[in-house]
Design a protein around this ligand. Structure first.
Ligand code: HEC
Ligand code: HEC
Ligand code: HEC
Length: 131
């Protein structure tokens, strides 16, 4: 059994690799819990119920865009009777003021990078680059 040592090394290597996420989290002091987006503290509700926003905010945004750009409809009546301007920067980022700690945290976590910011402004970023 000249291969014994090799097999053993292989086994150890396999175990290290398969448990790597655990070691990595321990070493980095993080957990694999989730993206932990930072919610607004000043407001209680979003423009739609939480569950809907969680799964379908992208559909809502595209619907807002189409209504504004194609149908010239500018305001949205929310589930709680409040009305909002249908605007990405002007409305969403007015409550979710920190795009990096909110939108980006989830998106980085799931590996999506919405291209909206090629045109729409992230006020925090705009301010930083101004000086
Ligand atoms: C190529 C540039 C460009 C990109 C990329 C883009 N938009 Fe827009 N968007 C515009 C322009 C121009 C308007 C019209 C602005 C107006 O009428 O005030 C607009 C309007 C909107 C509006 C309504 C008005 C407002 O100020 O928000 C929404 C909502 C919107 N876009 C969402 C999105 C979303 C979501 C994405 C990414 C998935 C996106 N847009 C990507 C250029 C862009
Ligand atoms: C009036 C303030 C306000 C506006 C405007 C607003 N939000 Fe929210 N949003 C909140 C609050 C507060 C919560 C948390 C609600 C809760 O915990 O029930 C939230 C929750 C969310 C969530 C779910 C977060 C999670 O932890 O699962 C998403 C996604 C979201 N918002 C996206 C958006 C988008 C996109 C827009 C624009 C279309 C928007 N929000 C506009 C206040 C707002
Ligand atoms: C709770 C987590 C979470 C938060 C917070 C969140 N998103 Fe998302 N978002 C997602 C997920 C997950 C997807 C991908 C869905 C898919 O691929 O089907 C996504 C996709 C999108 C898309 C479509 C991108 C594409 O390429 O298809 C847009 C636009 C978007 N989000 C905008 C926003 C904006 C603006 C905010 C902040 C105001 C935000 N999201 C906050 C989880 C989140």
């Amino acid at each position: 059994m000249r291969d014994k040592g090799l097999i053993f090394t292989g086994l150890v290597l396999f175990l290290v690799l398969i448990t790597f996420p655990v070691w990595y989290d321990l070493a980095a002091g993080t957990t694999s819990k989730g993206p932990d987006p930072k919610l607004p503290t000043a407001e209680k509700d979003c423009v739609a119920p939480l569950e809907y926003m969680r799964t379908s905010h992208m559909d809502l945004l595209l619907s807002w865009r189409d209504q504004v750009v194609r149908q010239d409809r500018l305001t949205y009546k929310a589930f709680d009777g409040k009305t909002y301007d249908m605007r990405l920067t002007g409305t969403c980022l007015k409550c979710h003021t920190n795009k990096e700690e909110f939108c980006d945290r989830c998106h980085t976590y799931v590996g999506v990078a919405p291209y909206c910011w090629e045109c729409h402004i992230d006020p925090a970023l705009a301010q930083r680059s101004r000086g």
